[in-house]
Design a protein around this ligand. Structure first.
Ligand code: XMP
Length: 516
């Protein structure tokens, strides 16, 4: 049963495209709620959701594959508009009586769409516009009742419509930014064709989630691994709002956090929000386990194992807990390519990977449908301090992978101080929100310097700052020289043991964001 009762909703059936989540997001951007179901969702479930329109996503298959994914064909009899994108289009053509064939020339990347009919789906779109193609099949014969409404050089039918049934299809992807007027096309479907009202707000998402969490959990207990980052903080607040005292957050201070961070988490969650907080001081345990280790992957493994061991020990105190809340976001959920639906393959959240199976806890992941920026909006609605809402991503292994070579207290102390200066100056220059991540890295390199009249032979700090949309690709941030100068001057003057600062000007790829 759907958790939503009174809003206009769009249903997206997922055929395995890497862009499915983007469709959902674009629809929500227009303030219309959308949810993704696996392509084989039973018709009863679809009817219960009561969508005002259905979008069939793209996918990697060909309709002629032996195991080609097919949805319940009853959807075409529900009387609601259906919009097929890429594979969704080919599937519609195939099952509604048309013919699909391998294109002589595969079309990937940019193409120029010529609009042949701009009365509904392509309403308001210029005669020629850039679109993003990604397919190997094309429509040879349209099903009865369909008309071509747009074409490209290689696709005589790049867009088609059966106006009487309100069935629409596109060979290209309107959800990606490379399709110039893609948002407009999706809006045409949602508003002009499905007649949705733009009434959805984050506030309704909160209401539904709270109702859903209460219904699932009942009077049982929930534990949540709180890291202090935006995702787990938002989950903690949401669950606390739904369940109050039934939630306990476990926070592990691994000694690899930024300056004053552990204390801030304690203050915010225990003192300000009055959430049950199990604060575990495990600093010594992590430092001991990391002694002498320099190899990055080994550091990661040690930290991961140690975290799980500690979390399990702590969780034993809460024997009556039946649920584990996690801040998994949509980009953490790997799309299915095995046609079992998108929930089939899930990447374990790298901070708490492996916990649920071992601990036999049931998972609650209320952010599974959302993107990072949507989570920030949600945090804002829930009253999370701005500082946490906008916090840059921070890796689970923390400063250990920004301390190149051996992780010891001395290096960590210099790194924490330098890192705090980087952030202070980035914030002072009002650059924090436009930068994806900014931080310091301490290098196991000494160089010669002169301070006052004395020769120094001290360590090097590298400053890393990148802009990015999703962390998958990134550019080095073009920070003004005077800000860089201030950062460098302050680090050298204020952090004992550092006499040189360098700025990392590597994009990703070929570099990664972190140094290890
Ligand atoms: P890279 O360095 O691969 O990082 O370009 C991409 C994003 O992931 C974060 N990151 C991690 N997060 N555990 C985490 O929880 C890790 O082991 C890890 N390694 C990298 C990184 O900070 C960036 O946001």
């Amino acid at each position: 049963m759907s958790k939503i009762t009174n809003e206009d909703k769009i249903l997206i059936l997922d055929f395995g495209s890497q862009y499915t989540q983007l469709i959902a997001r674009r629809v929500r951007e227009g303030k219309v709620y959308s949810e993704i179901f696996p392509f084989n969702a039973p018709i009863e479930k679809i009817k219960a959701f009561a969508p005002k329109g259905i979008i069939l996503s793209g996918g990697p298959a060909s309709v002629y594959d032996a195991e080609a994914p097919v949805c319940d064909l009853e959807i075409f009899k529900l009387g609601v508009p259906v919009f097929g994108i890429c594979y969704g289009m080919q599937l519609m053509a195939h099952v509604l009586g048309g013919r699909v064939a391998k294109a002589a020339k595969r079309e990937y990347g940019r193409a120029e769409l010529t609009v042949d009919d701009n009365t509904d789906l392509l309403w308001g779109i210029a005669g020629q516009s850039k679109v993003w193609m990604s397919h190997g099949d094309r429509i040879e014969k349209m099903p009865e009742g369909f008309l071509g409404i747009g074409h490209t050089e290689n696709s005589p039918v790049a867009a088609m419509a059966d106006k009487s049934h309100k069935f629409f299809c596109l060979q290209f992807h309107p959800e990606v930014v490379h399709t110039e007027e893609g948002s407009r096309i999706l809006q045409n479907f949602v508003f002009e064709i499905c007649r949705c009202n733009p009434t959805w707000e984050m506030a309704s998402f909160i209401e539904w989630q709270i109702a859903d969490i209460r219904a699932r959990v009942g009077g049982k207990k929930v534990i949540c691994a709180l890291s202090g980052g935006v995702d787990s903080s938002v989950v903690a607040l949401l669950i606390h709002k739904a369940l109050g005292e039934s939630l306990t957050c476990i926070f592990v201070d691994n000694g690899l956090l930024r300056k004053d961070e552990a204390e801030k988490v304690r203050k915010t969650f225990r003192d300000h929000f009055h959430i049950n907080l199990d604060f575990v001081d495990a600093r010594a345990r992590f430092i001991d386990a990391l002694a002498g280790v320099t190899e990055p992957e080994k550091k990661r493994k040690i930290i991961g194992h140690e975290f799980i061991a500690i979390f399990e020990e702590e969780a034993k105190k809460f024997t009556d807990a039946e649920f584990l809340a996690q801040g998994t976001l949509y980009p953490d959920v790997i799309e299915s390519v095995s046609f079992k639906g998108p929930s089939a393959v899930i990447k374990s959240h790298h901070n708490v990977g492996g916990l649920p199976e071992k601990m036999k806890l049931k998972l609650i992941e209320p952010l599974r449908e959302l993107f990072k920026d949507e989570v920030r909006v949600l945090g804002h609605e829930l009253g999370l301090p701005e500082e946490i809402c906008w916090r840059h991503p921070f890796p689970g292994p923390g400063l250990a992978i920004r301390c190149i070579g051996e992780v010891n207290e001395e290096n960590l102390e210099m790194l924490r101080e330098a890192d705090a200066i980087v952030l202070e100056e980035i914030k002072a220059a009002d650059l924090y929100k436009t930068i994806w991540q900014a931080f310091a890295v301490i290098l196991p390199v000494q160089s010669v310097g002169v301070m006052g009249d004395e020769r120094t032979y001290d360590k090097v700090i590298a400053v890393r700052a990148v802009t990015s949309l999703d962390g998958m690709t990134a550019d080095w941030a073009h920070i003004p020289y005077d800000v860089l100068g201030k950062i460098s001057g302050r680090i050298i003057n204020e952090v004992r043991g550092i006499n040189r600062v360098v700025y990392d000007i590597t994009s990703k790829p070929p570099g990664t964001i972190e140094w290890e």
